[in-house]
Design a protein around this ligand. Structure first.
Ligand SMILES: Cc1cc2nc3c(=O)[nH]c(=O)nc-3n(C[C@H](O)[C@H](O)[C@H](O)COP(=O)(O)OP(=O)(O)OC[C@H]3O[C@@H](n4cnc5c(N)ncnc54)[C@H](O)[C@@H]3O)c2cc1C
Length: 315
């Protein structure tokens, strides 16, 4: 009888879900844990019920590209399943989840054993096995643990159990990003659905211009990394009003009255380092993947998850 290792995957973003999907396909027993209420991570979609209808915002990654043939094949498979589509307004070669950014991740998560609202507070060894600390403790022991979370958060969990990996994670900082979700009472007068390049606002996009979306005049407005870092600790209200002003500068005119504004602070939005190999310690069964090892993009996160799964399933 073949005994398959029991693996805990911490993080249900693109990296963790890709790794878990590949492990499961190879016959491994996998449980995915995430502190959030559902899958997506930085590819999440936030929904807001308004009198004028439901607004949906891809308030993390607004689109993604597929430079490598391997990820292009994956995106094509998602498109055939109706889970993703090109988004012309963002430029050639840009894709989004359909009808929301998190759709491909939801599809992966639906095939997996998952635990939501389940933050993993620490890792400890029990004999040759792993125990997860926090709400996940009741799940018992695991033969292997995969960390698929931002570098800064991985560094905390790795500190006591794998200091060498923790040091690498600590040396991999991410740029923050303030992201504003705004609904205007009438359409913004702009020939373009995507605007880029301001000093405060780096990027702004009309959500309804994406394929498969409807609803009120919702925009996502992302601040520049430098501005976000300098203003990381301001309140969400202050960020909202300053980003709206920055949007008007980019637009070159006043914007319509806003009926709803919600600013979200991504402390660890985009890792700044180059792609590198995933981390894997076969002695203890501890692996690390995530966009910070994959070059800081959706594609990099996907590739790192795949790379780690392939190491874990090597004979
Ligand atoms: C504002 C913004 C704009 C972006 N724009 C683009 C873009 O245009 N193109 C592009 O390619 N990429 C973009 N990105 C980056 C892209 O979203 C990420 O590279 C990718 O989604 C990261 O995936 P991941 O699986 O590595 O991590 P994540 O998506 O961060 O997933 C990690 C998961 O781990 C969970 N978690 C963390 N700690 C714990 C814990 N202790 N216990 C349990 N769960 C935990 C989190 O809740 C999260 O769900 C953008 C990101 C942001 C924030």
């Amino acid at each position: 009888m073949v005994i398959r290792p029991r693996t805990a995957v911490i993080g249900a973003g693109m990296a963790g879900l890709t790794c878990a999907t590949d492990l499961r396909a190879a016959g491994h027993s996998v449980v995915v844990f995430d502190k959030a209420r559902g899958p997506g991570g930085r590819m999440s979609t936030r929904r807001l019920a308004l009198e004028t209808g439901e607004a949906a915002f891809d308030h993390g990654a607004s689109s993604f590209t597929a430079a490598g043939a391997d990820f292009r094949a994956q995106v094509e498979a998602w498109m055939l399943q109706g889970l993703a589509a090109p988004w012309a307004a963002a430029g050639p070669g840009c894709f989004v989840g359909l009808p929301a950014m998190n759709t491909p991740l939801k599809a992966m998560a639906a095939e997996l054993e998952t635990r939501w609202t389940c933050p993993v507070a620490g890792l400890s060894r029990e004999g040759s096995a792993w125990r997860l600390e926090g709400a996940a403790e009741v799940e018992g022991l695991f033969d292997r643990v995969v960390l698929a979370i931002p570098a800064e958060q991985a560094a905390v969990l790795l500190a006591t159990v794998q200091p060498a990996f923790a040091a690498l994670a600590q040396a991999s900082p991410s740029a923050p990003c303030w992201s504003l979700m705004v609904v205007f009472e009438r359409p913004v007068e702009s020939p373009l659905a995507v605007l880029t390049g301001g000093e405060v606002v780096a990027w702004a996009g009309r959500e309804a211009s994406k394929p498969g979306r409807a609803g009120p005049e919702a925009w996502v407005i992302q601040a520049c990394p430098i501005w976000s870092r300098e203003n990381l600790e301001i309140t969400a209200e202050e960020a909202a009003s300053r980003l709206l002003r920055g949007f008007e500068v980019l637009l070159g005119r006043a914007s319509p009255r806003s009926v709803s504004t919600v600013a979200h602070r991504w402390r660890y939005a985009r890792p700044e380092g180059p792609p590198r190999d995933v981390l894997w310690d076969p002695e203890t069964g501890l692996g690390v993947c995530g966009d910070w090892l994959g070059g800081g993009s959706v594609e990099g996160a996907w590739r790192s998850g795949r790379q780690l799964a392939s190491l874990l399933t090597e004979r």
